[in-house]
Design a protein. Structure first.
Length: 594
């Protein structure tokens, strides 16, 4: 029953996965029968060929031979050695041509699936909601896209190969059945017995293949995670432990692959001696028969050998398909998970900011814990600069994520010029909000392409203007290739302050109406920070600036300060008023840090 359930599950999942490719499989079936038919008739033509060679034209011929004779007669072709050989050559050339076409369709189908599924999963992943993305392991998506999808595409190849093999086997069996029914039945029974004997290996292979898949994901995660943090690995002297864990995972993967190879090679090693023994027994049996004819025996032996090769190839294809079944589950599970966690965008209005931005009674909590933000309410006018301060873990980053609409409040509302934020489209919202994080993200490309960041609408003038505002223009002009300078992986060729200023320029080039600075000046020297502060001050009155900072000097020129503590607003007012009140929380923070 378990085997039946697995078979039904496999058929269901294959049908769902490849439902758009059914017509291609149908075409493979047709081509398979045509290939087998041309090859089978070519083999069957050996008998009339032998009769011509031995000049025994009066002997009784089988159905295939008679059909070939009738074919020659209809078209007035002389039944001679030359024409029969030419006929056989044409049939086998036709078989090769059909097989080539089938293989090309097979390859195109597999690569089309890879393209479609990788594109789909990448798009759906990018469109997933932020809580879901936060839980993804480093390297997991890469492994699914590159390894798992490829292995599933190989199932298409294996299914198509199975179809070709099965249709060829069926037509060869039909020809063989016409020549000798007993031998064909015996051969078919032998193939079925072999399949039953080897069936237990398939279950073991599927299980081990699933373990290999899981280990591959562990390896990808371990390597990506530690290469990303290789500076800390080296700074803490932990190269050896990281190396040892990697080797341990490599060794686990090697051992599983060796077991899979053992099973695979065992199957291949069994077929050749078994087929030889079987053919030898057929010779003994058929030679003693009064109906023994050398031509018929040569044809039937060739057909039996081909049928055994088909059985072997079918076993091998089923074995390989079985190895790749766990990858279908991995791809299907990932597809279902991204489909269920898509970011909803019900807004239809465009972003329009002329008056004020408001939070009213906003609360937020993750599923596994208590409130991160409680009853957050404030109002910011367009053109104002507002600083947000508070201890680490106080909810500042969560507040920013809600403003970016990466997270949805549990309750409360966010308004822009009196319109609920949910009524504004996400694309329009994020296009008009600039975000500069403390954790700088740069791509391994030129400075220019990092500032453009896939946005072709950004002009050269926009880049120059933004880099001047971010106080990085003069530095860039001193570089040999200027804006075309390659900055390395994650901007490794730049200093921390330079990376942050490139990231700031990237945001300013987009002319945001709201600018969020999340510890964006933390890595800058005092001189650079002062210059950037001046650039930000030039934006006051034009756009809204929201600055989160531990360095209080960054936000001392703000129009308003919001002090967060344990997810609640303790106070909000101008820096001057808060510093004038010795009982204020900000006053104590300021004087402790002086």
């Amino acid at each position: 029953m378990n085997s039946l359930k697995r078979a039904i599950y496999l058929i269901k999942i294959l049908s769902g996965t490849f439902k758009g490719y059914k017509w291609r499989f149908l075409l493979i079936v047709i081509l398979g029968f045509l290939s087998g038919l041309s090859g089978g008739i070519g083999i069957g033509a050996i008998i009339p060929l032998f009769s011509v060679l031995t000049r025994e034209t009066g002997q009784e011929l089988d159905f295939i031979s008679k059909t070939i004779l009738d074919f020659f007669g209809i078209f007035g072709i002389p039944f001679t050695l030359t024409f029969i050989v030419a006929f056989i050559v044409i049939l086998f050339a036709l078989k090769a041509g059909i097989k080539f076409v089938a293989q090309q369709i097979n390859a195109r189908t597999a690569t089309k699936y890879e393209l479609d599924m990788r594109s789909y999963l990448l798009k759906k992943t990018l469109d997933s909601n932020w809580p879901y993305l936060m839980e993804r392991k480093t390297g997991y998506l890469e492994k699914v896209l590159m390894n798992d999808v490829f292995n599933v595409s190989q199932i298409i190849t294996q299914i198509s190969t199975l179809i070709l093999l099965a249709t060829n086997l069926a037509t060869y069996a039909l020809i063989s059945f016409n020549i000798s029914m007993p031998i064909t039945l015996i051969t078919g029974a032998a193939g079925i017995v072999l399949f039953v004997i080897l069936k237990p290996l398939f279950g073991k292979t599927r299980r081990i293949s699933g373990e290999v898949r899981d280990i591959q994901k562990e390896v990808a995660h371990h390597i990506n995670e530690n290469i990303d943090g290789v500076k800390i690995v080296k700074a803490t002297g932990q190269e050896i432990p990281v190396y040892r864990k990697g080797v341990e995972l490599f060794e686990k993967m090697r051992n599983k692959r060796l077991i899979m190879a053992l099973y695979n090679h065992s199957i291949g090693a069994m077929f050749e001696p078994l087929s030889f023994v079987f053919i030898s027994l057929l010779l003994v049996y058929y030679y003693q028969s009064p109906l023994f004819e050398i031509a018929s025996f040569a044809a039937i032996i060739y057909l039996v050998q081909k049928m055994f090769l088909f059985f072997q190839s079918i076993q091998g294809s089923i074995y390989q398909l079985n190895q790749n079944v766990p990858y279908i589950k991995s791809v299907v599970d990932y597809k279902e998970s991204v489909d269920k966690n898509q970011e909803e965008d019900l807004g239809t209005h465009k972003f329009k900011f002329e008056r004020d931005f408001k939070f009213e009674g906003v609360n937020f909590a993750y599923e596994e814990g208590g409130n991160i933000l409680s009853d957050i309410s404030f109002r910011i006018n367009r053109g104002e600069m507002v600083g947000i301060v508070g201890a680490s873990g106080g909810g500042k980053t969560t507040l920013v994520n809600i403003i970016l609409r990466l997270l949805e409040p549990l309750s409360g509302e966010i308004y822009l010029d009196g319109r609920n934020a949910n009524d504004i489209s996400l694309k329009s919202w994020r296009k008009n909000i600039g975000y500069v994080s403390q954790d700088v993200f740069l791509i391994n490309d030129t400075i220019k392409n990092n500032i453009k960041f896939y946005d072709r609408s950004i002009t050269e003038d926009d880049i120059v203007r933004a880099t001047k505002m971010a106080n990085i223009y003069n530095f860039i002009q001193k570089l040999p290739k200027k804006f075309d300078t390659e900055i390395g992986e994650k901007g490794v060729k730049l200093s921390g302050g330079q990376r942050q200023r490139v990231a700031l320029a990237r945001t300013l080039a987009r002319n945001p109406q709201i600018l969020i600075l999340d510890e964006a000046t933390s890595s800058l020297d005092n001189k650079s920070e002062i210059l950037i502060q001046k650039a930000i001050e030039n934006l006051k009155g034009k756009i809204m600036v929201l600055a989160i900072a531990h360095r209080l000097s960054t936000i001392m020129n703000s129009d308003k300060l919001i002090v967060l503590e344990e997810g609640k607003i303790l106070e909000q007012s101008t820096p001057k008023k808060l510093l004038g009140n010795k009982d204020s929380h900000f006053y104590k923070m300021y004087n402790i840090r002086k």
